[in-house]
Each structure stands twice: as structure tokens, then as C-alpha cells.
Ligand binder design. Sequence first.
Ligand SMILES: Cc1cc2nc3c(=O)[nH]c(=O)nc-3n(C[C@H](O)[C@H](O)[C@H](O)COP(=O)(O)OP(=O)(O)OC[C@H]3O[C@@H](n4cnc5c(N)ncnc54)[C@H](O)[C@@H]3O)c2cc1C
Length: 511
Amino acid sequence: MSRVSATERFDVIILGSGAGGGTMAHALAATGARILLVERGEAVPREAENWDPASVWRDLRYRTRETWVDQAGAGFLPYTHYCVGGNTKFWGSVLIRLRREDFGVLRHVDGESPAWPIDYDTLAPYYDRAEVLYGVRGEAGADPTEPPRGPFPHAPVPHAPMMQAIVNDLRAQGLRPFHLPIGVLEPGADGGCVLCNTCNSFPCRLGAKSDAEVCAVIPATAFPNVTLWTGALARRLLTNPAGTRVEAVEIERAGAVVRVEAPTIVVACGAVNSAALLLRSATDRHPRGLANSSDLVGRRYMAHLATMMQGFHPFRRNDTMFQKTVALNDFYFEGPDTPFPLGHVQSQGRTHGIMAKAVGDTIIPGIPLSAYDAWVARGVDWLAMSEDLPHPENRVTLAPDGRIRLEYQPNNLRAHDLLVTETTRMLKRLGFWKVMRHSHKAKNTTHQCGTCCFGTDPAVSVLDPFCRTHDVENLFVVDASFFPSSAAVNPGLTIIAQALRVADHIRATAL
Ligand SMILES: Cc1cc2nc3c(=O)[nH]c(=O)nc-3n(C[C@H](O)[C@H](O)[C@H](O)COP(=O)(O)OP(=O)(O)OC[C@H]3O[C@@H](n4cnc5c(N)ncnc54)[C@H](O)[C@@H]3O)c2cc1C
């Protein structure tokens, strides 16, 4: 690899263009500051394969080919994507706030969910802005656990007839289903979202899903002061001799290594890669990794306990296209038979036969695709999700060959088992004959968070409440890394809201 002697200079360098980094670029674009947004992947092309389950699920066309290593030393393909917009290109776009109580200590059956250094009221105005920026659709007042809020920027996506019938039946069971808050752009309008059955886990061929590329990166790069480098991998952060400031980032791009300098550096590579980048940037002054005097960089990795569930009825065909409109938080803080939190339930995008076969072949190989097609045509899909509690030994480190090593043992399993049991009962009461379940278990990296937790005490946190590292004065980490606890709802809106909050802080203090 040749070394380029020229050093480039900007006012702010942002590493990673996903929920955190893309949003940060958007929030700073209008300041006129010279911003470099560095993304290791390329833009996902708009092409027929975007909506082809075989390309996405069998051929894994858009996933990274990079392998990570687990605690046993075995390599595995993480469920993650390197591209402009990051994992938001593939998300289900469920954009939901944490509950007010998630910001405090919550006792779980298997341990304690720790408090955040900020409360809900601090983040609420940024949640408002995040919902506007990402065009969130929902209905205030229906979720029994909802924190105080005003109306959503957009009315909810209406339930398809079958989902409306299910909502009615759930209400008859005494439950309180509500419209799942989601970000889709102008459904039904010309050029808008067509409410198809290839949304969650697929990129949108129309650019009508609220992802970070569409909502943040494209508008940000319309500003002449914002430069986007794709295919550009941040290798290391380089500090001054005292180790108090990052002076430059070493970036591998187009077969060369470039040194880029800026007075403000924002790392937003995702919770696993951000931790890995700090660990790779160790120096004499930071021997355990950059900004790691607490020894917490990479530790406390969390990923949610998640089980895909499908209610199956042999004589009930499900012709719903857009199924992801229903949510339940009735068991969020306690279950029917336990005073402890169990988690959140939401309807999922449609499972396609090829998706089911991709998973099924790992359990019983050889079942023909036609059987899976017939099965999923009669199923309604759900996701049961419980809080993953932080544990210092669940951690990201670097393997001797430089690969990412992810050690992870799920915890809070009793709460999740109870949630799955309760959801199974609920689906059986809805008349489904059989309830199928599948969990990606420890290899599910989609909701990764917590690897550089924020807090007020440098001894027990990596970042301060504005996501600046305690140890390095001009270094921020603005992605899912900062979560002290994972809560039990999807993380994206909280990452976006905090990125907007940190952007305000950077604007006021550094630009
Ligand atoms: C299939 C799927 C469905 C999901 N559904 C939902 C959902 O409905 N709602 C929700 O809230 N969340 C959902 N998530 C999770 C959500 O996508 C993530 O929580 C969110 O994208 C994390 O944001 P981030 O900024 O931390 O990282 P990312 O969005 O992953 O962005 C990190 C970026 O950094 C880049 N990068 C990494 N390393 C480097 C490097 N060294 N140099 C340069 N660039 C680098 C990556 O390529 C990537 O673009 C889903 C995820 C998946 C995979």
C-alpha cells in the first residue's frame, strides 16, 4: 500500500455514515464548517436485486464478507452492512423512543438495567427533531408505556385488513396494541413508499424508506462544504505526543493511505467497529486502546434478546403486503405472572419462502422451497424483543490476526423466555394453530450497542454525557456505542436523537 504524503485538512471528520454519522453530517452541514464524511462502503445501487429475497437472503448480496471471531475462536459472518447509510439501509425503520423509565435503573429478573446520565426530558426535544428528520409515522396516546410527547409528525400507516382484525382481537383479549412508529416516505404518493413486502432487511429500491442515506447523507452532501469519501476505511486515530488530542485519521482509500487532519473528530462506525477502531489506535499514552483509561472500550456489548415468531394457520391465507404496523408494550414493565420487565412485541415484515429456507436449511436441510412458500403464505410474523443487560465480559477485542473478536453470552434469558411464552399464548388465542420461533441468538449483531458507554464518571464510562471521550478532548463517539443499557425497543431513533444533541453541542463549543 503506497503512502500519500499530502495531508488533507477539514474542520470536522466524521467516520461512518449510518444513523449516528449520517445524522451528525446533516446537523452540521449548514454551519459552513468543512466536513469530511468517511464511509468504508459504497452507496447501495438501486437495482432489481434490492427487492429479490434470493439475492438478499440466500446470496447475502449486501452483507459484509468480513468475518469476525467468536469466543471459541470460530469465524462467523456478522449480520452487518458496510455502505452509505450503514445498517439503516436495511432496517425495518421502526423509529420508537425509549420509555421514560428506561433512562433510570430498572430491576429485571436476572439483574439490573443501569441509569443513563441524562433523563428522558433532556432527549425529548431531540426525539421531536429526529422524528421530523426521519419522517416518523405513528399515533400518540395509544401506547400504554409511552413517554410524554406531542403528536407524531405524520399519521400512522393504516393497518392492512388482516392486521386490523388482529388488532381488534388483541383488544378483545384486554391488550393495548398500538401503531408501530415507522419511517416511510409519502406512502401511496407518486414516487413515495409503495408499502411493499420487501422493507425490513431489504434496501428500498425507490429511496422511499427513511434511512440515513436518504434523510441525512444526501441532503448533507448537497452543501458544498460537506465532502463524502466512500470506499474509505479509517484504520487508526493518531494522537499528539501527549495523547490529549487526536491530530489526524489514517484512512485507506483507493489503494493508498491518506492522513487527514481536523480539530474535531467524530467516530460513528457502529458499536462494534467504533470500539475496534479505538482499540487499534493504542499508543504508549493509551496502551489499552485510545480513550480507554476506564478499560471499558469494547465492554458491555449488548444486542437485544430477539425471537422471530410466526403464527401459522393452515386455512388462513395471509395476503398482507405491509405487515409491520402493530406493536404491544403490555409486558414491557411486567408480565402477567412476574413483576419484572419482559419486553416489547412488534409485527414484522413478511417472511419470504427463501428467507425461511435459508434458516430452515441450517436445521433440517433439503425441504423444498415450495413447502416454505406454502407455509409462509399462511403465517403472520412477529418479533419478541427483551432487554439485554450490560456485562463487562461481553466484549469486543482484537484477535491476534487483527480481526474483530466478539465474546458474548446472552443474559436476562428468563425474562425473554417469559415474553416468548406470553406471545405464544397471545398468538394461540388469536386462533393460530402453530407458533414457530427462531432466534439468531449470539450471532445477531443487528442491534449492537453499549461498547463505549456514556456517563459522568470517567472511571466507569468512556464518554461524557455529550459523547465526548473523557480521555481525549476533541474525540466524540456518536453511534450506538454510547448506550449504558439497551432498553427493549429498537435503538435507531435514540441514536439519531443523541447525534442531534451532540451536534448542537459541537456547534456551540467547537465550531
Ligand atoms: C436488518 C436490520 C433491521 C434493523 N431494523 C431496525 C429498526 O427497524 N429500527 C431500529 O431502530 N434499528 C434497526 N436496526 C438497527 C439499526 O440499523 C442500527 O441500530 C443503526 O443503524 C446503528 O447506527 P450506528 O450509527 O451505530 O451504525 P451504522 O448505522 O451501522 O453505521 C456505521 C457506519 O460506519 C461504517 N464504518 C464502519 N467501520 C468503519 C471504518 N473503520 N471506517 C469508515 N467507515 C466505517 C459502516 O460501513 C457504516 O456505514 C436494524 C438493523 C438491521 C441490520
